[in-house]
Ligand binder design. Structure first.
Ligand code: TRP
Length: 424
């Protein structure tokens, strides 16, 4: 069996914290030690421009995240480690994929929808207020990152699952339209590491302002751990071992150590003592990578060098692969007359099951569009009257439309009539 490719990127907008380490970097480095996988890890600095318009912050975050991976022991002989913007093929592929991606797919992206919802709630007439084209088409850049290296497995947080599904969608469409060039990727979400708690017990996240920077100084680390929110039980009183301190401890410790610590909570260790233990434990685990990190941050030329080597290696794949993609879509030398082997699947060659699946997909897509209308009827006092008004309005809309738009509206009307049949 050929090796599977694991690929993941980190957007360079912040200082790496303990949640990033435990949730993303540590498992990725471990996977890269496994000879069954090819690993690609990168700094998503073009992604940073989507949400951050502070150049110094983007630049500094890129330094910090690069140094962090290396300080934690990433072996760049085993994993291909690079900066997204060092691979020009990714941006080129982004455009080619943009031309294969329906706008409707992007309309459904969570990040975009969240902005639209926020505008709606704020009573803003322009629902796209503050939405850049970068934010809107963000999933296409991410698809290019993934499809460029034919990655199979994408370890991500839950919030990114939809983007991997979109990359699959886009790949499938390209493969169908032109040539079977792209691997369909799958998201890999580790439930355990999704739940690393921050200072206030909620998930550790920059947006909650509850993070512990991975390479804080010893003093800073002690100070932050002392801020972890606990209950008011006194020393000597038994404590619930399912608490934030214990949870963080367990993320670093082995099973025997964790069990011993658990026992101490049950026996009533004081919160202050428990914080000291946790601090000392984490500090001991992080002190040698911290030293390495500080060395690297003082020798950024060497880090830059490592990134260049990684980019060179990545481009050994991306450059010839992009040539194939360009050829497949018709971007060629004038003298190149080889043809793309397009697969034309005729409707009558489709099996019954395929037709049923296509029909079901079509139905679901329309349902998604008309869901708010159905909800409105559902919430109306007089459901039957609301249903009849809605159907009458939609019928009038269908009649006013030109042919193509009409077919779309007609489909919606048909399905609305079907869904509301009991009320009509
Ligand atoms: N968008 C991802 C995030 O914010 C980062 C990212 C960019 C990524 N490209 C990727 C992750 C490709 C996995 C694969 O977390």
């Amino acid at each position: 069996m050929s090796k599977k490719t694991v690929l993941t990127g980190i957007t360079t907008t912040g200082t790496p914290h303990i949640g990033n380490y435990l949730g993303a970097i540590k498992p990725a480095i471990e996977a890269s030690e496994n000879p069954a996988f090819n690993s690609f890890f990168f700094l998503a600095d073009f992604h940073a421009l989507i949400k951050c318009h502070e150049p110094e912050r983007v630049a500094q975050s890129t330094r910090e995240i690069a140094a962090t991976w290396l300080a934690l022991g990433l072996d760049t002989d085993k994993a291909t480690f690079y900066r997204q913007t060092d691979i020009p093929e990714i941006t080129e592929l982004t455009w080619i994929l943009t031309c294969q991606t329906s706008k409707g797919l992007m309309n459904r992206a969570h990040a975009y929808k969240a902005s639209v919802d926020a505008n709606r709630e704020a009573g803003n007439e322009d629902l796209d207020d503050g939405v850049t084209m970068g934010l809107f088409s963000y999933p296409i850049l991410m698809a290019a990152d993934i499809l460029m290296f034919n990655a199979d497995i994408i370890p991500v947080g839950k919030d990114q699952i939809q983007h991997i599904e979109m990359a699959r969608d886009i790949a499938g469409r390209f493969n169908h339209q032109f040539e079977n060039l792209f691997t369909l990727p799958s998201a890999q979400v580790d439930e355990e590491t999704q739940l690393i708690p921050g200072l206030d017990g909620r998930k550790m996240s920059k947006s909650y302002n509850n993070t512990i920077p991975l390479f804080s100084s010893t003093d800073e680390l002690r100070k932050l751990i002392n801020q972890i929110v606990t209950d008011t039980r006194m020393p000597g009183e038994p404590k619930d071992p399912d608490n934030t301190l214990m949870h963080l401890y367990r993320c670093f410790a082995n099973e025997a150590e964790s069990n011993a610590m658990r026992q101490r909570f049950i026996e009533g260790i004081g919160w202050g003592d428990a914080k000291t233990e946790l601090f000392e434990y984490i500090d001991s685990k992080l002190s040698s990578p911290r030293t390495r990190y500080n060395e690297l941050m003082n020798d950024l030329g060497a880090v830059e060098e490592v990134l260049h080597k990684g980019a060179e290696r990545a481009r050994e794949h991306s450059a010839p692969f992009l040539d194939k993609v360009r050829h497949a879509v018709g971007i060629r030398s004038l003298t190149d007359t080889t043809r793309t082997q397009q697969k034309v699947v005729k409707e009558k060659e489709k099996s019954g099951a395929e037709i049923a699946r296509a029909e079901e997909g079509r139905r679901r897509a329309i349902l998604m569009q008309i869901r708010p209308l159905l909800d409105r009827v559902e919430q109306a006092e007089d459901k039957a009257a609301a249903a009849q008004t809605l159907i009458a309005e939609k019928t009038a809309e269908v009649e006013a439309l030109k042919k193509k738009a009409r077919q779309k509206a007609q489909n919606e009307l048909d399905l609305l009539t079907e869904e509301l049949a009991a009320l009509l």
